[in-house]
Write a protein that binds this ligand. Structure first.
Ligand SMILES: NC(=O)c1ccc[n+]([C@@H]2O[C@H](COP(=O)([O-])OP(=O)(O)OC[C@H]3O[C@@H](n4cnc5c(N)ncnc54)[C@H](O)[C@@H]3O)[C@@H](O)[C@H]2O)c1
Length: 256
């Protein structure tokens, strides 16, 4: 088990779902963590090693400001988890440029800007790591989610570009790609369906493991990718999806 005591991490989207579970796990292992989010959470860790900084990451100047504040608060930075994200629905002809830009601002531009502003701080550290939270939708596409799907595919491109540009400076970048995870974001999606239970059942059936994931399971993978245990892992899409993207349909129900 690696020790996280020297880790000084920013977790965006750190007060809900996957980001909150990640902040809790890193903190529990000894890391110092800044949780950056538009909203606070009563159940987030809160002590001298766990700090909440509010920011709307859709605003580029707020990305720059919150990195500077985080570096001051933690006296340096060597880890970044880009988990902040929003889900919006619509096919291309139904999607306004405004909605497209809203999704890109949070899911893609903020990840780029947070990395951009963290890198000068990371250079002061012997090693550093970035984990972007992509999705199974970094590989394939649900129907009617053009902006979200495009943003998650682009996050893989960002991951690979950062990975090849900064590895020689000791900065690794990887992307974790979750399947369906039971978080407030997924519950919001389920609530939009006229038959929420049917949507839950459909999501479960997509995962060969027979259930959706939990935030803590994604957090474990993020912690691994940040850790020294993953010191030779760089530029990958790490699927944590219960076999979702391994599955294709078409087999007969009866094999005889
Ligand atoms: N839940 C899933 O099934 C699933 C699957 C694959 C990938 N993901 C990805 O995982 C990440 C985390 O999602 P989650 O399911 O934990 O969702 P969530 O809604 O529980 O958490 C997302 C967090 O991002 C924050 N956020 C949104 N816009 C922001 C902004 N402008 N500035 C700052 N913070 C902002 C929200 O306030 C929230 O706390 C997202 O990038 C999402 O796309 C989720």
């Amino acid at each position: 088990m690696p020790t996280f005591e020297s880790m000084k991490a920013i977790v965006t989207g750190g007060t809900s779902g996957i980001g909150l579970a990640t902040a809790r796990l890193l903190h529990a292992r000894g890391a110092s963590v800044v949780m950056v989010d538009v909203k606070s959470a009563d159940d987030a860790p809160n002590d001298e090693r766990a700090i909440f900084l509010p920011a709307n990451l859709a605003q580029p100047d707020e990305c720059a400001a919150v990195v500077a504040k985080s570096a001051t608060a933690l006296r340096g930075l060597n880890a970044l988890v880009n988990s902040a994200g929003i889900q919006r629905y619509g096919k291309a002809d139904e999607t306004s440029l405004e909605l497209w830009n809203e999704v890109m601002a949070v899911n893609l531009n903020a990840a780029f800007l947070m990395a951009k502003h963290c890198i000068p701080h990371f250079r002061q550290s012997a090693s550093a790591a970035i984990v972007n939270v992509g999705s199974a939708q970094s590989h394939g596409s649900q129907q009617g989610a053009v902006a979200y799907v495009t943003s998650k595919h682009a996050l893989l491109g960002l991951t690979r570009a950062l990975a090849v540009d900064y590895a020689a400076e000791g900065i690794r970048t990887n992307c974790v790609c979750p399947g369906t995870v039971d978080t407030p974001m997924w519950r919001w999606s389920v609530s939009r369906d006229p038959n929420p239970q049917a949507m839950i059942d459909a999501c479960v059936s997509l995962h060969p493991i027979g259930r959706v994931g939990q935030s803590e399971e994604i957090a474990e993978s993020i912690a691994y990718l940040l850790s020294e245990q993953a010191s030779f892992v760089n530029g990958i899409a790490f699927d944590v999806d219960g076999g979702l993207t391994a599955l294709i349909g078409g087999a007969p129900k009866e094999k005889k």
